[in-house]
Design a protein around this ligand. Structure first.
Ligand code: CMP
Length: 140
């Protein structure tokens, strides 16, 4: 079980001024922020990050959304980080997200769902490396 995950505060949440509130939830839940940066994703970068979804009907809309404004990728540390973060953010579709989760409180729709969290330890390491070089990550 790994202790790191990659989170992204997505353009909908950044645009509505929710970045600080979401970061506060993450810190209050015991995560350590190892790295964070405001990023304007190019189409190429967004397509690369979500390449696994490129055959899905929502892919182009997802890339439009992720390039519609700045987002904030963060490398996070927590015991069992991937599952701990997925519990904190709730279901992909906010209509199905539990009370008290970040998506329940901040997401608009299944696409504009406020935050991303890695779905496995293997993807967490790949996704952290997608946004951060090793020397940009705080070593706790
Ligand atoms: P995320 O956890 O970042 O992983 C893939 C993203 O695709 C997901 O959050 C949503 O933003 C988006 N997504 C997943 N399923 C759908 C869907 N059915 N329709 C539109 N967007 C989706």
């Amino acid at each position: 079980m790994g202790n790191r995950t990659l989170a992204i505060i997505k353009p909908d949440a950044v645009g509505k001024g929710h970045t600080g509130k979401i970061m506060d939830r993450i810190i209050s839940d015991g995560f350590t922020i190892l790295g964070a940066r405001l990023v304007y994703l190019t189409r190429e970068k967004a397509e690369g990050f979500y390449a696994v979804h490129k055959e899905r009907p929502f892919f182009n809309d997802l890339v439009d959304f992720m390039t519609s404004g700045p987002c904030m990728p963060m490398a996070l540390e927590h015991e069992g980080a991937v599952n701990a973060f997925r519990t904190l953010i709730g279901a992909t579709n906010p209509a199905e997200a539990d009370e008290g989760t970040i998506r329940k409180d901040f997401a608009e729709s299944v696409q504009n769902n406020a935050v991303h969290g890695s779905d496995s330890d293997e993807n967490a390491e790949k996704e952290i490396a997608f946004f951060f070089t090793p020397d940009e990550i705080h070593q706790s």
